[in-house]
Design a binder for this molecule. Structure first.
Ligand SMILES: [Zn+2]
Ligand SMILES: [Zn+2]
Length: 266
């Protein structure tokens, strides 16, 4: 079986995605309550009881707030680096089975090769992930890689290298700089933080990143973690125009609070 992937929800109100292979069922972040995750996973045709592990990118609530209520699934394993696990643990009334990895390391989890890499964001030790399953030349389970890169103020070379060698990439298109500038609800300080080098990737920076890497290996790119107030599908589409001219892969813009259907990395 090839790797299957869907985003359960994306945006500042919560982030989580589901990766399913022959031998593993994992969540990527848990920014929704266990009840909500259960409903979203069931809507995708899977069951929360069958999830093996949760991989946590960083401690911000929109990525980790569901961990407290996942207490009712005591067999779940939680993978994070030490600084993220420590920061999340501080907010919990229970102790999950933490599986600690070193940022930048690569390890095997069941039939997945998992790689973590540092990303520039205002959290303790935030990471992006790559998940690889399958084998080169295997007709039924070809080697496929998914990269997950949200919550980053800019994209250093190390991030560019990781996404280049991936089949499917989830990348942040957080805000339109003009909409952020004009937003009356956010303070000047917060705007500086969001738009800064350890904040969130703007549509323009996303477009520059994809255009400069422009990997022929890409099959599909998801634009995710859109701001509800400071972005729109139209604004993302506008920034994508330059990328579409040089890339023929599929693009999927994931609206604020939305999820996606399963995609099979066949
Ligand atoms: Zn964050
Ligand atoms: Zn976030």
């Amino acid at each position: 079986m090839a790797m299957r992937f869907c985003i359960l929800g994306s945006g500042s109100s919560g982030n989580s995605a589901l990766v399913v292979t022959e031998g593993s069922r994992i969540l990527l972040d848990a920014g929704f309550s266990a009840r909500r995750l259960g409903a979203l996973i069931a809507a995708a045709g899977e069951s929360i009881e069958r999830i093996d592990a949760v991989f946590v990118t960083h401690e911000h609530g929109d990525h980790s707030s569901g961990i407290e209520s996942l207490k009712k699934y005591p067999n779940l394993k939680f993978f994070a680096n030490a600084a993220t696990a420590r920061a999340v643990q501080k907010e919990l009334t229970w102790s999950p089975h933490w599986r600690i990895f070193a940022t930048g390391s690569s390890f095997q989890y069941r039939d997945l090769v998992v790689e973590s890499f540092a990303i520039p964001h205002d959290a303790e030790d935030p990471v992006g992930f790559r998940f690889t399953s399958g084998l080169d030349g295997d007709l039924f389970s070809p080697r496929r890689t998914l990269a997950w890169v949200t919550d980053l103020g800019h994209a250093p070379q190390s991030v560019r290298d990781r996404i280049r060698e991936s089949d499917v990439v989830v990348v942040e298109a957080n805000h339109c700089p003009r909409m952020l500038e004009a937003d009356p609800r956010r303070s000047w300080t917060l705007k500086r933080r969001i738009g800064g080098r350890h904040g969130h990737l703007s549509n323009e920076r996303m477009s520059e990143l994809l255009s400069s890497v422009a990997s022929p290996r890409w099959r599909r790119i998801y634009l995710a973690h859109l701001s509800r107030d400071c972005n729109s599908r139209d604004a993302v589409e506008h920034a994508l125009a330059a990328v579409r001219l040089i890339l023929s892969c599929e693009f999927s813009i994931v609206g604020h609070g939305e999820g996606t259907p399963f995609y099979e990395l066949a």
